[in-house]
Design a protein around this ligand. Structure first.
Ligand code: PLP
Length: 388
């Protein structure tokens, strides 16, 4: 059997894969089983922050592998403590809970919010409000948080206690809060899976004031937007938000499974011994990879992410076949005249890997993608979006 046949036979059919088998890569160039090279503008959906097999990252991970690959959370390990310190120092958050994925990072955020709200507002205060069009994960709780009905249909009953409002609709939030049961609001600064839709800055600051005035928590899902992706360490920083909790994963460990829930001083002591846990959370190899990623997210690198994003925006805005360009830094969405899926398929045929997000072409290249590769890939995209 070929790899594709074996995968089709034995792997659950939850992913509609492209007929493409990637065998290796270096930086932003990946190679398929036939030896054809592709410029990778997807980064494993915002995961390989510094590209594939990046030597700095490989050496950080390899060094740790030779020391100890896993220890239970019954004991201390340096990478876990060092990473938590680095995350807190760079953000002002007070403590971190480590897990393995974005969904788990969000689950932890929800648990923290529910326990905090029960203690401060009473046991009935458990509702988490999220935005329509949001995406927060695939577990039953994070599906309930996800503000897109079609994800919910086949999996009822979901975890209760979630409500959704339209982004910008503060009166709807006000109405929900009337029940006295709203514990927290959870948002993405840019809805990634929802179609690369940035939050309106005016709504973001009104929301900040709103949650402060009512002493409810603000949870920011930075799973996709975090770790340098939008040109700041976390996207909330560009919105001037002061979240009580942020959740992140994807690009944090540069290609290893790691989730992190960052807790502000207000909620840092909410979880106590035994309240939460994860066998693999804070795994030393994943944390060593994450430390190497975080150390490289310097102000210069973040400037460069913004510069590259702006350059791409300029090239794409108003180009034939492109209706709009959204996003920040190296998280961009192109609304195209041609169906996005067709554009992505054509780009793949021409050696450029892009993603879709709803009806858009989505670009999430490695943060250190060389300008020359980015320009070459942009030429291909500009060609493929032209209506025939
Ligand atoms: N939150 C956001 C904003 C995401 O984009 C995703 C994944 O796309 C998730 C949560 C879920 O992350 P994971 O697939 O690592 O569970």
């Amino acid at each position: 059997m070929t790899v594709m046949e074996k995968d089709q036979a034995y792997v659950a059919h939850t992913y509609k894969r492209f007929p493409l088998e990637i065998v290796s890569g270096r930086g932003s160039v990946v190679t398929d089983a036939q030896g054809k090279e592709y410029i990778d503008l997807g980064s494993g959906i915002a995961v390989t922050s510094f590209g594939v097999s990046d030597p700095v990252w490989v050496s950080a991970v390899e060094n740790q592998l030779h020391k100890v690959q896993h220890m239970s959370n019954l004991y201390y390990t340096a990478p876990c403590a060092d990473l938590a310190e680095a995350l807190c120092t760079r953000t002002g958050f007070a403590r971190v809970f480590f897990s393995n994925s974005g969904a788990e990072a969000n689950e932890c955020a929800v648990k923290v919010a529910r326990k905090w709200a029960a203690e401060h507002h009473g046991p009935d205060c458990s509702v988490i409000v999220t935005l329509e069009g949001s995406f927060h994960g695939r577990t039953l709780t994070t599906l309930a948080a996800t503000g897109q009905d079609h994800f919910h249909e086949l999996f009822q009953p979901l975890t209760p206690g979630f409500s959704h409002i339209r982004a910008g609709d503060l009166p709807a939030l006000e109405k929900l809060c009337g029940s006295g049961r709203v514990a927290a609001v959870m948002i993405e600064c840019i809805q990634g899976e929802g179609g690369v839709i940035p939050l309106d800055p005016a709504f973001a600051s009104a929301l900040q004031q709103f949650v402060e005035a009512r002493n409810i928590l603000l949870l920011v899902d930075e799973v996709q937007t975090g770790n340098g992706r939008t040109g700041s360490l976390y996207a909330y920083m560009q919105y001037g938000l002061k979240p009580d909790v942020i959740s992140t994963a994807k690009g944090l460990a540069g290609g290893l499974p790691l989730g992190a829930t960052l807790l502000s001083p207000k909620v840092s002591d909410v979880l106590s011994y035994g309240d939460h846990g994860s066998t693999f959370g804070g795994n030393p190899v994943a944390c060593a990879g994450a430390l190497s990623v975080l150390n490289r997210l310097t102000p210069e690198l973040l400037d460069d992410v913004r510069r590259k994003g702006e350059a791409l925006k300029q090239r794409f805005s108003g180009a034939p076949g492109i209706l709009s360009v959204t996003g920040m830094g190296l998280m961009l969405g192109l609304k195209t005249v041609r169906p996005a899926a067709e554009v992505v398929a054509d780009c793949m045929g021409r050696g450029v890997l892009c993603l879709t997000a709803k009806d858009k072409v989505r670009l999430l290249p490695a943060l250190n993608i060389p300008d020359a590769l980015l320009e070459k890939a942009a030429d291909v995209i500009l060609d493929c979006v032209k209506p025939s």
